[in-house]
Ligand binder design. Structure first.
Ligand SMILES: [Zn+2]
Length: 235
């Protein structure tokens, strides 16, 4: 009891600090450290695309291998997962109970999106959901927080009817690509259909092999979505 009271007092008396340089920062990541994160967008474009892609390359964009056997039309990644600031920020966002990190990290995604997107109407965002059991444990879904941040800035609606129905081991702990694909196979189900001409953008924090977003895109496709894209914070 005494320890809890001390912890409470500490939380009240000691303001939030940047997780990198320890200067005061409400969101736990200061502007100076955010500026050190490399602006390194990567873009995947489906090889069977028949229309102008939603995201177009900028001068900084690294074009990736064409997407094949995927319902995704374009995938935009905003920065590099091997950058130490991004790595630590994502780790703290997911596992150290610092949901406010979604504000500066969502800001990085917002910058990459606004630089690359071709303006369209009927855009909706769709966070990659956690399984309800994992959500209960973590109390929040980091992808949902990122999507909510971007949606609030761009005034876009958020699709909340994608459900994770398989409580699979975390992709980060699986190193083999085919095992990652098998791990998330049919892990999602979409419950509501698109309204006419909806463009849906999946939002997630990290991808390595695109397996999770590919599987989520398949669930949306089965429900009738045809214009499916993804934006990932880091690859
Ligand atoms: Zn800092």
């Amino acid at each position: 009891m005494q320890y809890s009271l001390l912890q409470l007092l500490k939380n009240i008396c000691i303001p939030n600090q940047c997780i990198i340089c320890h200067t005061l920062s409400d969101d736990n990541l200061c502007d100076t450290c955010i500026l050190k994160i490399p602006h390194k967008p990567k873009l995947w474009i489906n090889s069977h695309i028949t229309q102008p892609p939603l995201f177009r390359p900028t001068a900084f964009t690294e074009i990736q291998y064409p997407l094949e056997n995927s319902h995704l039309i374009t995938v935009l990644s905003c920065t590099l997962f091997n950058d130490p600031i991004i790595r630590k920020s994502i780790h703290y966002l997911k596992y150290k109970n610092l949901p406010q990190l979604s504000n500066p990290l969502g800001g990085l995604m917002l910058r990459a999106i606004t630089q690359a997107i071709r303006l369209q109407s009927h855009i909706i965002l769709c966070p990659i959901p956690l399984h309800p059991k994992r959500l209960l444990f973590r109390t929040y879904n980091q992808s949902d927080l990122l999507a909510q941040y971007i949606a609030s800035q761009l005034r876009l609606p958020v699709y909340t009817d994608l459900e994770r129905i398989k409580n699979t081991p975390q992709q980060m702990k699986i190193h083999d690509k085919s095992e990652r694909i098998a791990n998330v196979k049919e892990a999602f189900i979409a419950h509501s259909k698109p309204t006419q001409n909806d463009i849906i953008i999946l939002i997630d924090d990290v991808t390595t092999t695109l397996s999770t977003i590919n599987e989520a895109a398949s669930a949306l496709y089965k429900k009738g979505f045809r214009n499916i894209h993804a934006v990932i914070l880091a690859h």
